[in-house]
Design a protein around this ligand. Structure first.
Ligand code: MN
Length: 277
C-alpha cells in the first residue's frame, strides 16, 4: 500500500499514539449513535472508523493521542450508562494509519458494470463519486478470485443517467452486467484516495460482492489501474464470474443475444460481433 512521507512525522511527533477497537452493545444502536461517535472522535482529533455491528450496537476503531482515546472511552461509557443496559468492550490494538474518521457500512452511491462490444469487447466499471460515475474499462472484466489482478484503464466520467442503459449501439451493444450500491473504505477519504491512486471499496451487487481495491500502476497518459478482489467471505478462489454469469441483471439477456437481436432488426449491424477476451 502506498505511504506518504507523512508517515515519518507520525512516527516522530505522534509516536505516543495508541489505538483501540471497541464493541459497544445496545443501546447505542439508537438512531444517530453512529454519527455521534464519529463526530465525537473527529472533535477529539482521532482517526479510524465506526460501523453498525450485526445484531445491534457499534464496532469502532480509533487511534490518536492517548488523552483523546481516554476521552472517547469516557464518552462511550457515559452513553452506555445513560442508555441503561449494554456494555462496552475495549481492546488495545496496533495502529493502522488511518487519515480520517469514517462511517463504515454506509452506501456511498451506486455502481454498475457494463459489458460492452464496440471496437473491442470489454467491461466498464463505474462508481458513483461526487455526482458522477468514475469509470474504468476492463479488457477482461472483474474477478472474484483474489489471486487475479485485472487491468482497469481509467476513462472519462460518465453521467449517472446512463447507468441503466442497455441495448444495441452504433458499433455494437451493451448490457448491464451488474449493479448495486457500494461503500467507500480504506484509510484515506474519497475522492482523495482515488487521486492518490489507491482506493478500497465494498460492492453490494448481484454478482460482485465484498471488498475490492483499485491500485494505480501508471499515472501518466491513460492512467492504468489494477482491480483486485480482497480476501473476504465473498471471495471465490479459482472462479470466473464473467464466464459463469454472463446474463444482464436488467433483462436476463447476454450481450450476444442483444447483438443478435440488433442484427435481425438492422442488416447494417450484420457481421458485428463482440471480440471475446
Ligand atoms: Mn465501454
Amino acid at each position: 500500500m502506498p505511504r506518504r512521507p507523512r508517515v515519518a512525522r507520525v512516527q516522530g511527533a505522534r509516536g505516543e499514539e495508541r489505538a483501540i477497537r471497541a464493541i459497544v452493545r445496545s443501546p447505542l444502536q439508537l438512531e444517530g449513535a453512529r454519527e455521534g461517535v464519529r463526530d465525537k472522535a473527529r472533535a477529539l482529533g482521532l482517526s479510524g472508523w465506526v460501523l453498525s455491528a450485526d445484531g445491534g450496537g457499534l464496532t469502532l476503531h480509533a487511534e490518536g493521542m492517548p488523552i483523546a482515546i481516554d476521552a472517547l472511552i469516557a464518552f462511550l461509557a457515559e452513553r452506555v450508562a445513560h442508555g441503561g443496559a449494554g456494555g462496552v468492550e475495549i481492546e488495545e490494538v496496533p495502529r493502522e494509519g488511518h487519515e480520517q474518521f469514517a462511517l463504515r457500512g454506509v452506501s456511498a452511491g451506486g455502481f454498475v458494470v457494463k459489458e460492452h462490444a464496440a471496437n473491442t469487447h470489454h467491461f466498464d466499471m463505474r462508481l458513483e463519486v461526487a455526482g458522477v460515475m468514475r469509470s474504468w474499462a476492463l479488457p477482461k472484466g472483474p474477478s472474484l478470485d483474489p489471486a487475479v489482478k485485472r487491468l482497469a484503464v481509467e476513462v472519462p466520467d460518465h453521467s449517472i443517467e446512463q447507468n441503466e442503459f442497455e441495448g444495441p449501439t452504433g458499433a455494437g451493444g451493451v448490457v448491464l452486467w451488474d449493479r448495486g450500491l457500494y461503500e467507500q473504505g480504506g484509510r484515506v477519504a474519497w475522492p482523495e484516495a482515488l487521486s492518490r491512486g489507491h482506493a478500497v471499496f465494498v460492492l453490494h451487487g448481484e454478482k460482485l460482492r465484498g471488498g475490492f481495491a483499485l491500485q494505480r500502476t501508471r499515472a501518466s497518459g491513460k492512467p492504468q489501474w489494477l482491480l483486485l478482489k480482497r480476501r473476504d467471505e465473498e471471495a471465490r478462489p479459482a472462479s470466473d464470474v464473467v464466464a459463469e454469469r454472463p446474463a444482464s441483471v436488467l433483462s436476463g439477456r447476454t450481450l450476444e443475444q442483444v447483438l443478435a437481436a440488433a442484427r435481425r432488426r438492422d442488416p447494417a449491424l450484420r457481421g458485428v460481433a463482440p471480440e471475446r477476451p
